[in-house]
Design a protein around this ligand. Structure first.
Ligand SMILES: Nc1ncnc2c1ncn2[C@@H]1O[C@H](COP(=O)(O)OP(=O)(O)OP(=O)(O)O)[C@@H](O)[C@H]1O
Ligand SMILES: [Mg+2]
Length: 342
C-alpha cells in the first residue's frame, strides 16, 4: 500500500466538452512521502492530473474516465469531495479565489470551524500552522492585502490544519518573483520533511522546483507520461529537449561544453554537481574559448551612459553613478529587486 499510495492504472479521462481524451493510459504509482515534480508543455494535461486527484474532476469538470485511480487503496470515484479533501490539499497559482475568511486567522481556521472543532483548540492549531508558514504576524490582516507569497502561505496553512497526507501544488511559483519563489519552495521542502507528506508539484520553472529535492520528475506530453525518472537520470538524457522543455541552463552548458553526462554526476542541483578534474578543465576551456571568440569581433558602441544621477524628487536620488555601454546588435537584460530603479 505504501508503494501505491497514489495509483493511476491505465487511467484515461475525457472532459465532457472535449471530443478526445485529455489523459491517455496513465500508469503512475506514487509512494507515501515521495516528492514528485510534474512538468510538460502547456496543454499537456498536468492540471488535469491534479483535478483528477483533488476531485475537481468529476465534481466541477464532468467527463468520462476508464481505468482506475486509487488513493490509499480507495478508488477515487467512490469518494465524496469531502472525503477526498481529507487526503489531498491543493494550493493553486492564483490563491485569491480560495479565500473565504475576512481575516487570515478566519481563513486558516475555516475548515476546522466547519468541522465543529472547539474554539480553544482551533485558535491553538491556527497559531501553530501560522508559525510553520511564517505568517503569524499577519493573522488579523485581510488575506487580500497580502503579497502573492504571503497569500500562498495562508492557503497552505489552511490545508495543513487538516493534516492531509498529500499536498498538491499547481504552478505555485507563477506569480512570485524569484526571491519569493525560492522562499516558497524552501517552505514546501521544510514542511514535507517535518510531516512526511507526499508532495506533487506541477511547475514550469524546473530549476526553482528542484530547489526542493525531487525524487522523480514526471514528464508529460499530449496527455501521456513520456518519462518518469529521478532528475539526474532525466537530465543526462535528451528527453526534455525532445519534448520542447527548457533544461536547466547549467545542464545545457555542460552539454555544449562537450561533457558526457551520467546520472551519477548528481545533476539535479548545480551546487551538488560532481565533475571530474578532466571535465572541469574541459568546461573552463570551452568558457574561455567562447569569450575570446566574442572579443574578436569588436562592435560599435551605440549607447553610452556615463555617471548619470537622477531623482524624481529633490530629496531622493533614484539613480546614482549609472555608467554602461551598449554595442550594436547586443541583447542585454536589466535585473534587480523591486524598486531598484530598472
Ligand atoms: N475544464 C475543462 N474542460 C474542457 N477541457 C479542458 C478543461 N481543462 C483543460 N481542458 C483541456 O485539456 C487539455 C489539457 O489541459 P491542462 O489544463 O490539463 O494542461 P496543463 O498541462 O496544465 O497546461 P498549462 O501548463 O497551460 O497549465 C487542454 O487541451 C485543455 O483545453
Ligand atoms: Mg495547468
Amino acid at each position: 500500500m505504501e508503494d501505491k499510495f497514489i495509483s493511476f492504472q491505465d487511467y484515461t479521462f475525457q472532459y465532457r466538452a472535449q471530443s478526445e481524451p485529455t489523459l491517455k493510459h496513465i500508469n503512475l504509482d506514487i509512494k507515501k512521502g515521495e516528492r514528485i515534480v510534474i512538468i510538460g508543455a502547456s496543454g499537456s494535461g498536468k492540471s488535469t492530473i491534479a483535478h483528477s486527484l483533488n476531485g475537481l474532476i468529476p465534481f466541477s469538470y464532468p467527463g468520462e474516465s476508464t481505468g482506475t485511480l486509487t488513493i490509499c487503496g480507495k478508488e477515487v470515484k467512490t469518494l465524496s469531495i469531502f472525503e477526498l479533501s481529507q487526503y489531498v490539499g491543493t494550493v493553486l497559482q492564483d490563491t485569491d479565489g480560495q479565500f473565504i475568511g475576512m481575516t487570515v486567522l478566519e481563513d486558516i481556521a475555516f475548515s476546522m470551524e466547519n468541522n465543529c472543532v472547539p474554539q480553544d483548540e482551533m485558535i491553538q492549531k491556527t497559531r501553530e500552522e501560522a508559525v510553520k508558514v511564517q505568517i503569524l504576524e499577519k493573522l488579523d490582516a485581510s488575506p487580500h492585502q497580502l503579497s502573492g507569497g504571503q497569500k500562498q502561505r495562508v492557503s497552505l496553512a489552511g490545508i495543513l490544519v487538516n493534516n492531509v497526507p498529500i499536498l498538491l501544488f499547481d504552478e505555485p511559483l507563477a506569480n512570485l518573483d524569484p526571491y519569493a519563489g525560492k522562499k516558497s519552495i524552501e517552505l514546501i521542502d521544510q514542511i514535507q520533511k517535518q510531516t512526511d507528506t507526499t508532495v506533487i508539484l506541477i511547475e514550469h520553472r524546473l530549476e526553482d522546483a528542484l530547489h526542493m529535492g525531487a525524487d522523480r520528475i514526471i514528464l508529460m506530453e499530449d496527455g501521456a507520461i513520456i518519462a518518469d525518472e529521478p532528475p539526474s537520470v532525466l537530465f543526462a538524457s535528451e528527453k526534455l529537449k525532445e519534448a520542447g522543455i527548457r533544461e536547466p541552463l547549467y545542464i545545457t552548458a555542460l552539454k555544449y561544453g562537450g561533457c558526457m553526462l551520467e546520472p551519477s554526476m548528481k545533476l539535479e542541483k548545480i551546487q551538488d554537481l560532481l565533475l571530474e578534474e578532466e571535465q572541469k578543465k574541459q568546461m573552463r576551456q570551452w568558457f574561455f574559448y567562447r569569450k575570446k571568440e566574442k572579443k574578436e569581433e569588436e562592435k560599435q558602441v551605440i549607447l553610452s551612459v556615463e555617471d548619470i544621477h537622477f531623482g524624481y524628487t529633490e530629496e531622493k536620488e533614484n539613480l546614482s553613478h549609472i555608467s554602461f555601454t551598449v554595442k550594436e546588435g547586443e541583447m542585454i537584460s536589466i535585473v534587480g529587486k523591486n524598486g531598484a530603479g530598472k
